[in-house]
Design a protein around this ligand. Structure first.
Ligand code: NAI
Length: 256
């Protein structure tokens, strides 16, 4: 059986992904703040290091797949630390374990929001891997009423980072696909507060129109993540796979 790490396994998309993998007979090491095999705070460097060490121990040194779902929706420093660095730092820390597998696979969670307007300075700091500069950029954004740019910036940067790394040494050339799943609106504890406000519901319907089957369940997204990390995925890498009921094509149009 394969050994799979899922971050954010305590809720929503991560929880559904962990369940799907377990149902297939995989051994899952869930990572979350609490209630999972490995409890760690991915917003800090120490927490990421601790998670990587525990994963190395509990996996026995070989890892078959990593799915990164941990994320937060409240604009601010923690969002930058978890959504971006909580994923990127863990991926690079676990690459040696994934390289030992005959079929190492990585999938990370972006968002349709990554296609929305971003803050160029924040994206640049993220892509430079400069956590303190990225965190520092949050204060002026929040103070000027631009806090809503932080989430799309973390998700756009994550997708760009993944596309670069997918073909960097140690990934494609080591047989490890690295892809991004970019969901539209998914019915999870994260998105639930958005539905409580009528104006927000309307704004979401306009920004993220989902003509194919409407809002997704966590399981809908988990199925796609499941394929991307499966041994059946031999040639898909560096891709941003929108699991969004047609939102991306509706908003951006058919040009590729
Ligand atoms: P969720 O809130 O249900 O689950 C996220 C999990 O991440 C939680 O269990 C939480 O404890 C964990 N987490 C947060 N901070 C952490 C930290 N510092 N260390 C360790 N774990 C931490 O959210 P959901 O909806 O399942 O989201 C999963 C991913 O999908 C996120 O990256 C989110 O940005 C993304 N996404 C969600 C969408 C939605 O509509 N729900 C749409 C597009 C993307």
């Amino acid at each position: 059986s394969r050994t799979i790490v899922v971050t954010g396994a305590g809720s929503g998309i991560g929880q559904a992904t962990a369940r799907l993998s377990r149902d297939q007979g995989d051994r899952v090491l869930g990572v979350d703040l609490r209630g999972t095999e490995i409890e760690a705070d991915l917003s800090t460097a120490a927490g990421r290091t601790e998670a990587a060490e525990r994963i190395a121990e509990q996996s026995g040194g070989t890892l078959d797949a990593l799915v990164a779902c941990a994320g937060v929706a409240t604009p601010g420093e923690t969002m930058v630390r978890v959504n971006f660095f909580g994923t990127t730092e863990l991926v690079t820390a676990l690459q040696p374990l994934l390289a030992k597998s005959a079929a190492g696979r990585i999938a990370v969670t972006g968002s349709i929001s990554g296609t929305q307007p971003v803050d160029a300075d924040l994206v640049a700091a993220l892509l430079a891997g400069d956590e303190e500069a990225a965190v520092a950029r949050c204060t002026p954004l929040l103070e000027t009423g631009n806090g809503h740019r932080i989430y799309p910036s973390t998700k756009s940067a994550l997708a760009q980072w993944a596309r670069r790394l997918a073909i960097a040494p140690g990934y494609a050339d080591a047989g490890i696909p690295l892809n991004v799943v970019a969901p539209g609106v998914v019915l999870t504890p994260m998105s639930a507060p958005l539905f409580e406000d009528a104006r927000m519901r309307e704004a979401m319907a306009t920004a993220v129109p989902m003509p194919l089957n409407g809002h997704a369940t966590p399981e809908d997204v988990a199925e796609v993540l499941g394929f991307l990390i499966s041994t059946a995925n031999t040639h898909v890498t560096g891709q941003v796979v929108y699991v969004d009921g047609g939102a991306e094509v509706t908003v951006r149009g058919p040009a590729v």
